[in-house]
Design a protein around this ligand. Structure first.
Ligand code: SF4
Length: 387
């Protein structure tokens, strides 16, 4: 029998207490407990049906329960989801299992301990800022104290792998306010930090505020100062910028997210969730975004083929997101049966290298990697990999 391939599972929980003003994720308030119960049942069905199709060929080594706000579910609801996964799939011994929590709904150390026992071994806390004014601007409904209390409860519950999400470049945010938030977070010393610059998404209240001139973003100079502080202080805190927006202590890189950037297989469970299976062609699955339709038919998603050329493009621009790993030349050859320089002109790589935007590494693996200056203009570089 052939060796089992590794698999990641993403489970989407679309419920939030209140919609944040910048958010365009598939999430919405849902107070009706019966609907939440029905959603959990639909997830369990979705997991079981998917397992029938692929569990014999895969061993699961990462699981990610994201949203939305998964911590809004009760422990019993979360336990049903965890049990369905552990009973339907073979789970690798050294698995990573992340759950997103929000600071005002994570629950106390007891609930978090039970979640830990159900299989979750990594938490991702959506902090965004510790500045009260910035949190209000964002429409977040927690305080800095909630963040610290949640972090403490998570540590008490036995979590030793915790991510904190931060944002910068927010309306009205000063460099000092961002620096204070970063300092507060580095002081509690999580293993992992995700720091994303605000993106104004169409269809959000932020979009209207920005385009009607009622809110202004920090200047480019201030954004550059925030990034300088971010890169310097995380390094001083012993973290490596292993991905454009992600920082980790050694050994605590998000294995599930690395799976996305490496184009490894992942299964999608839940409303609007999207999965990917590498192949020639690859397969991308997308679940319905309609809640009622998902409740009625949890397996009614669409599957589209991903041509090999598109997989090569994605492999390159996703690879470039990884600041240490980059475009792994041997992995490229193994996946696509040819070298990356036969697909993209060597002159293009040479030009980026001459401009100081990229380097070619030969150890520990042969790879094209962005320099910090290259990361600043990563969108321009990545676009050149799209034919
Ligand atoms: S908590 Fe997260 S998913 Fe929910 S509305 Fe806010 S940003 Fe969006």
């Amino acid at each position: 029998m052939s060796e089992k391939r590794s698999l990641g599972i993403y489970v989407h929980i679309p419920f939030c207490k209140q919609k944040c003003k910048y958010c365009d994720f598939l999430s919405f308030p849902m107070e009706d407990e019966e609907v939440r119960d029905a959603y959990v049942e639909a997830l369990v069905y979705n997991i079981k049906e998917q397992a029938k199709v692929c569990s014999d060929r895969y061993i699961v080594d990462t699981v990610y329960i994201g949203g939305g706000t998964p911590s809004l579910l009760s422990f019993e609801q979360l336990q049903k989801i965890c049990n369905a996964i552990t009973s339907c799939f073979t789970i690798a011994e050294d698995y990573e299992w992340t759950m997103e929590v929000n600071p005002n709904s994570a629950g106390d150390a007891v609930k978090l301990m039970m979640i830990r026992k159900a299989g979750v071994n990594r938490l991702s806390i959506g902090a965004q800022s510790t500045c009260a004014r910035t949190l209000t601007t964002l429409g977040r409904i927690h305080s800095a104290e909630d963040i610290f209390a949640t972090y403490e409860a998570a540590c008490k519950a036995g979590f030793t792998n915790i991510n904190i999400d931060l944002m910068y470049g927010i309306f009205g945010q000063t460099v000092e306010e961002f620096a204070k938030s970063l300092e507060d977070i580095l002081y509690i010393a999580p293993e992992h930090l995700s720091a994303y610059q605000l993106i104004i998404e169409e269809g959000t209240p932020f979009y209207d505020l920005y385009h009607s001139g009622q809110a202004t973003l920090p200047s480019e100079e201030d954004i550059a100062k925030m990034e300088e502080i971010l890169y310097t202080w995380t390094q001083l805190a012993g973290m490596t910028r292993y991905e454009i927006s992600n920082f980790a202590k050694p050994g605590y890189e998000s294995r599930h997210n690395m799976r996305y950037w490496r184009m490894q297989d992942y299964l999608a469970i839940g409303l609007g969730a999207s999965g990917f299976f590498f192949g020639d062609p690859g397969m991308r699955s997308e679940n319905t975004k309609d809640l009622q339709e998902y409740l009625d038919r949890p397996t009614s998603g669409t599957i589209t083929q991903v041509p090999l050329e598109n997989e090569m493009e994605e492999f390159c621009f996703l690879g470039l997101r990884m600041m240490e790993e980059g475009i792994d030349c041997e992995n490229f050859r193994n996946k696509f049966g040819r070298s990356v320089e036969t697909v993209y002109p060597p002159a293009m790589f040479e030009r980026f290298i001459e401009q100081g935007l990229m380097v070619k590494k030969y150890a520990p693996r042969e790879a094209y990697v962005l320099t910090p200056r290259g990361a600043d203009v990563s969108n321009m570089i990545m676009s050149e990999f799209i034919k």
